[in-house]
Write a protein that binds this ligand. Sequence first.
Ligand code: MG
Length: 363
Amino acid sequence: MARIEEASVALYGLPLGRAWGDQTHQASEIEVVIVRLTSEEGIVGDGFSWTAGVGGRAIVSLVESEIVPRLMGKEAAPRPRWHELWRALHDAGGGGLTTTALGAVDIALWDLLGKQLGSSLTGMLGRWRETVQAYASGIDLNMSIEELEEEVRRWVGRGYEAVKIKVGSPSIEEDRRRVARVRKIIGARPLMVDANQGWDVTGALRACRQLEEFDLTWMEEPLVSDDTLGHAKLRAASPVPIAVGENLYTAYDFNRYLALEACDYAQPDVARVGGITPFLDIAAVTSAWNVPLAPHFMMEITGQLLCCLPGAFLVEDVEGGSLSELGALKEGIAVQEGRFHPPEDPGHGIQFDFDAIGPFRKA
Ligand code: MG
């Protein structure tokens, strides 16, 4: 197997086409960390990770100072490398910046392995389905109700069969108005809402009861993600199913949530959990609990994984947030008629346009 001879890491701040707003965040750019690994035969693997604006430079520093020295000369084998690196970095935290740094490295290892074998990522993992259903997702709490309606009409026009909007307006009455308008536009299509960890248990339960009549597929992140017991208490009383996972970091986190019956849908983020290797472990955990997998963000890579996992439910296509829409790729990977089609090229097939993103380099 190929050995790793070179490694580089870079941070970019890619501007969003429209500023994002939810109950707990405002964002005008996405930080993308790109790790490039080169084998002794000259095969190059690219991996990537992201932040919503916090921690990009710390991730670069972790990769440079703690990860690269432990990778040099080692075989480019994702699973053994991931587990030895996670153990090595664990004193700095079992999840968070450490796993987000590992995410870029692990994805680069899988890309390198695929290119060495001449196989696509879905070819290596084995396809369960040719395409996977995507849902349109908006970071749209900062939109007027008219802008929100226009956004959702656009999604329906493009063929999306499921949509998600933000909730957490200053009043629950305002959330009810927004959700009611969207429900009217989309008819019987699945509708999800996302509160971005903004409520306490009492507020979240009130919101779930007030929004029950709109037949929501899930209420996402009603509480701060650290509060597993609060989620368990809420889920036991809520008339709306609960989705959690974009701020969980390890298979242990997901197993704890599921063992405590604290969520109905699992939403791991492939970068934040540490890459493809731990994502597959988490998928095994959620499968064992018979809970649908509806991962967060990172559509271009997550869509490929969902084509290979029997328990997969939906891939999230965040409007304006895909690497393609951020202008980071040589060739965009688009959702067509509401379905994600995986690339066929060796590796993950996600090719960065380094000329285009060069001006946005931060570190
Ligand atoms: Mg969310």
